[in-house]
Design a protein around this ligand. Structure first.
Ligand SMILES: [Zn+2]
Length: 192
């Protein structure tokens, strides 16, 4: 099971968002060349100072230092929270039973796509819409204002940053009962 924990320190104005995820890459096809360390570093690189973050104790929003982290652990049950898929299947995060999530990574997925999927693991949603053109092909449109955002990212390109709106959504996903990506696995702890 993928577990995400969000810790808010209101005194230090620090928010830690960490996912623990199992992935034994040795037992899966080697299409994804990234190492666990590269994936962990890529996600962590989005850490930084962000503004406009709404927390349970700060409903008006505020500035926080946000730290993202990913920890990989051996999986004793031989079920994997990250699975690799063929090139024709998109990367996505899907539910796994009642309380878990599974990340499906497309064969050869770019690192940005993996970071986007971790956004879902952390509790965020997509900020783009999907449709179909006259020829029946899948089309995507980024939601206005999210052009630079990694969760507004579409297949052909898009943004590369998380900001306060993403972090607010991640926090709220752990406190609302309905969420299509997250997740009973998300917990929010607030330390005053
Ligand atoms: Zn997505």
């Amino acid at each position: 099971m993928i577990e995400t924990e969000i810790t808010i320190d209101e005194e230090k104005k620090e928010i830690s968002i960490n996912a623990t995820i199992s992935w034994d890459k040795d037992t899966q096809p080697p299409e994804i060349s990234y190492t666990e360390q590269q994936i962990s570093d890529a996600v962590s690189s989005h850490s930084g100072s962000m503004s406009g973050i709404v927390t349970p104790e700060n409903p008006d929003g505020g500035d926080y230092q946000v730290n993202f982290g990913v920890e990989f652990v051996p999986d004793a049950e031989s079920t994997y929270d990250i699975v690799l898929s063929g090139p024709d299947k998109p990367s996505k995060v899907r539910g796994q039973g009642k309380s878990g999530k599974e990340m499906q990574l497309r064969d050869g997925a770019p690192l940005e796509a993996i970071e986007h999927e971790f956004g879902h693991i952390f509790g965020d949603i997509d900020y783009y819409g999907e449709g179909t053109d006259a020829a029946g092909n899948r089309t995507t449109t980024v939601q206005e204002g999210f052009e630079n955002n990694i969760m507004g990212r579409i297949v052909s390109g898009g943004g590369t940053t998380f900001d306060g709106r993403n972090v607010t959504r991640m926090i709220q996903s752990g406190t609302t009962s309905w969420d299509r990506h997250a997740s009973p696995g998300v917990s929010v702890r607030t330390f005053p």
